[in-house]
Every structure is written in structure tokens, then in C-alpha cells.
Design a protein around this ligand. Structure first.
Ligand SMILES: Cc1ncc(COP(=O)(O)O)c(C=O)c1O
Length: 403
């Protein structure tokens, strides 16, 4: 029997698994772990959306297979959102497809537009499906450092000039998971210019565009004139309405790319459960005060966490957007790396974070802290972290090495 499965073989051991195992063991032994590890929203979705779901469930017609590309009402709602939020016109028939969460959309887009040996450019560190989506389907990935400044374009051009095979597309994600970096429209203008020049597509992941704290809403790449010629964008209701478990996302923009994803999905799935699509339509078309309040809640958590980090003497940049702090490991612990540092935090502070290297080699030296615990628990966590950072680092490292 051949159990040397080609695609599975291409996947390395899951970096987060080690911390998850320790987390589970600590919990089993009665520890109250304060968990900033996974970007899994902890708030309830808008009440009117839940009501819509309940009401829709009663209709006997909604329990059948749905449409893989999404119901028309939901595609229209998403086109309306792009018009209102970004001033971007979209044809809901040809330029919008509903996905089973944006993660599914990204994975199936990778499958739809690639052949074995094709090449894609992915910044490092990144949200894991950005790279693994291409690796799984047998493609080559060229990594460039994920620093959204002038060096990004230098690295990108270098990669394009030296690639043995012309890349098909590249991915960008701002506000970024895990780094929380944001860009302005001029960044996208340059990017579109370069990618048009080299003839490659752009896949933009805008999952965090509604979680911003400096009063400046992050732009869409589709606001760039002519971007639709080469770009699509993925968005999601997971973070905007705290509906991560409902599995609704979107891919919009370039007709060829949207068409390719729509076609491959028609072979693979029947779409998200119809009442979920109806309720998601209500979320997008309904009152948006929920999103304003959610933003305020994350901002409050962010500020409390920032204050706690400062008191603990841990110097970490304040994120302007997303739900993440991207924290450089304190100097004294740099030499053990982010995975071991995460284990120490778990053991001595009862605090779980995501080791940066789980997002790619470029994430070494960092941990990601997600704002998914309430403010009281954030305060508690920061007290624990402060106490931990007052311990003798050499002693902690020595004990870790002995274990
Ligand atoms: C950058 C980014 N893109 C996409 C996703 C996936 O979102 P969805 O729930 O829509 O699949 C996430 C989830 O954490 C994310 O961080």
C-alpha cells in the first residue's frame, strides 16, 4: 500500500501543534490559560443576524443544496458594500463569488489558477494558507520579506527578474496577519503598476479591513484605476461581524480569476448552508453600528494590552489595524527563538501566544498576540507576563534546556 501521499508529504509538521499540545495539557491539569493564540473572535454576532437565521431556518425550502457561487442577494450585498465603502463598482454576476470563508476561497483559487511547477510570490511571514494553498497543489513559491515599504518593491522586482519561470500571481494582505502592517493606496498603485508591467495577477486578502483604530479605513486594491485588469480581493464576515464559524467570505474583482474560482467551486461544493447566506446578507445590508462598536471594543483591548506590555517593560509596536500585536521577543530571550519563548510564557505566565515562525521563517523572533480575550483577562495576563519577565532569563532558559 502506498501511503507516501504526494501532497501530504509537502506539508511540514504544524508549528502551532506543539504549543497547542502544551496548552491542552496545562488546561487538563487545571490551569486557567489566557489564550491569545488563535485569531478566533470571541464576541456574539449582531442580534438581528441571529434573528434572521432563526426565521429563515423555518422555511422548508432552505434546507436543500444551495448555490456554490452564492445566492444572488448575497453577491449583490457584497457589490453594494464595495460601492459604499470603497467607491468600487462590481458586477454581482461576473465579478463576485461567495466562498465558504475566505480561507476556502484562497485555497481553491490556488488550485484553480495553477498547474504543477507553476510559481507564485508570497510574502513571508504570512497567513498560512497564502503559502500552503500553493504548496499543496504542487506549485513553487518564491518568498519575499513582508515589509510594506520601498524595500517590498525592490524584493518583488528582484524576484520577478530572477524567477526561472514567470510567476502566475502574487499575494498581498494588509492589514496583515500576522504583522498587523497596513498600507495606503499609493502602495497598491505601485504594486498594480509593477504587476501589470510583468504580467502577473494579484490576489489581495482584505480580511481585516474593518478592524482599524487610527480613524483611517484601510483601502482596497480595487480602488486603483485599472486594478480589476489583474487583481481580485478576498474579504470575510468572520472578523467584521464575529461570524468566523458561519463560513462566509468573498472573492471579487477580475472576471477571469473570479470565473476560474467559480468554476472550480462548482465541481467541489454546494455553497454554505442557505440560511447562513441569507443571514450574512442581513449582516452586510443591515445597520452597521455593530461594526463601530466592535472596533471600539478591540481598540479598548488593544490599549489595555499596550499599557500592560509597557508596564512589563516589553517594547512592542502598537497595531493601527487588525486584531494582532506582532511582538518582538524580549532581547534576553532572543537566543531561544519564538517557539521556546512561547512555551515559557505558557508555563510561567499561563498565557498562550502564537510563535511567529508558524507564519513562516520570517516570523522567527516574534510572537503574535490576538485580542480575543476580554479586558479583565488581558489585565490579568499582563500582570502574569510582567512577573514572568522579572524572573532571571538565564535561569528560565537553563531550566527549559534541562527539561
Ligand atoms: C489574513 C486572513 N485571511 C483569511 C482568513 C480566513 O478567514 P475566513 O474565516 O473568512 O476563512 C484569516 C483568518 O484568520 C486571516 O487572518
Amino acid at each position: 500500500m502506498n501511503d507516501d501521499f504526494y501532497r501530504i508529504k509537502r506539508l511540514p509538521p504544524y508549528v502551532f501543534a506543539e504549543v497547542n499540545k502544551m496548552k491542552a495539557a496545562a488546561r487538563a491539569s487545571g490551569c486557567d490559560i489566557i489564550d491569545f493564540g488563535m485569531g478566533n473572535p470571541d464576541s456574539a454576532p449582531p442580534a438581528h443576524v441571529i434573528d434572521k437565521m432563526r426565521e429563515t431556518l423555518k422555511d422548508p425550502k432552505v434546507h436543500r443544496y444551495s448555490l456554490s457561487r452564492g445566492i444572488q442577494g448575497l453577491r449583490r450585498a457584497q457589490a453594494g458594500y464595495y460601492q459604499k465603502r470603497f467607491g468600487v463598482e462590481l458586477d454581482p454576476e461576473a465579478e463576485v463569488v461567495v466562498t465558504i470563508g475566505s480561507k476556502e476561497g484562497l485555497a481553491n483559487m490556488a488550485q484553480a489558477i495553477s498547474g504543477p511547477g507553476d510559481c507564485f510570490i508570497v510574502p513571508d511571514p504570512c497567513y498560512p494558507i497564502h503559502i500552503w494553498g500553493f504548496v499543496i497543489v504542487g506549485c513553487e513559491v518564491i518568498s519575499i520579506p513582508n515589509t510594506p515599504d520601498a524595500s517590498f518593491f525592490t524584493h518583488l522586482k528582484q524576484a520577478l527578474d530572477t524567477a526561472q519561470r514567470k510567476p502566475v500571481a502574487m499575494i498581498v494582505n494588509f492589514p496583515c496577519n500576522p504583522t498587523s502592517a497596513v498600507v495606503d493606496l499609493s502602495f497598491y498603485e505601485q504594486l498594480v503598476d509593477i504587476c501589470k508591467h510583468y504580467g502577473i495577477y494579484i490576489l489581495s486578502d482584505l480580511a481585516y479591513c474593518e478592524l482599524y483604530y487610527d480613524g483611517k479605513p484601510p483601502p482596497s486594491i480595487l480602488q486603483v484605476k485599472g486594478a480589476k485588469d489583474i487583481a481580485v480581493e478576498f474579504t470575510s464576515i468572520s472578523k467584521t461581524y464575529s461570524m468566523a464559524g458561519w463560513r462566509i467570505g468573498f472573492c471579487v474583482g477580475n472576471k477571469k480569476l473570479v470565473g476560474a474560482l467559480t468554476k472550480i467551486k462548482s465541481y467541489l461544493d454546494y455553497g454554505t448552508f442557505l440560511p447562513v447566506q441569507v443571514a450574512a446578507t442581513a449582516a452586510i445590508n443591515g445597520p452597521q453600528d455593530y461594526v463601530t462598536n466592535l472596533r471600539a471594543m478591540y481598540k479598548e483591548r488593544r490599549d489595555i494590552l499596550a499599557e500592560g506590555l509597557e508596564e512589563a517593560n516589553w517594547n512592542v509596536p502598537l497595531p493601527d489595524a487588525s486584531m494582532f500585536f506582532w511582538a518582538p521577543i524580549p532581547e534576553a530571550y532572543k537566543k531561544i527563538g519564538c517557539l521556546e519563548f512561547s512555551k515559557l510564557l505558557l508555563k510561567h505566565a499561563d498565557v498562550a501566544v502564537a510563535p511567529g515562525v508558524g507564519f513562516g521563517p520570517g516570523g522567527e523572533g516574534y510572537v503574535r498576540i490576538a485580542l480575543v480575550e476580554n479586558k479583565h483577562r488581558i489585565r490579568q495576563a499582563m500582570r502574569n507576563v510582567k512577573q514572568f519577565l522579572q524572573l532571571d532569563p538565564e535561569k528560565q532558559i537553563h531550566e527549559l534546556e534541562k527539561a
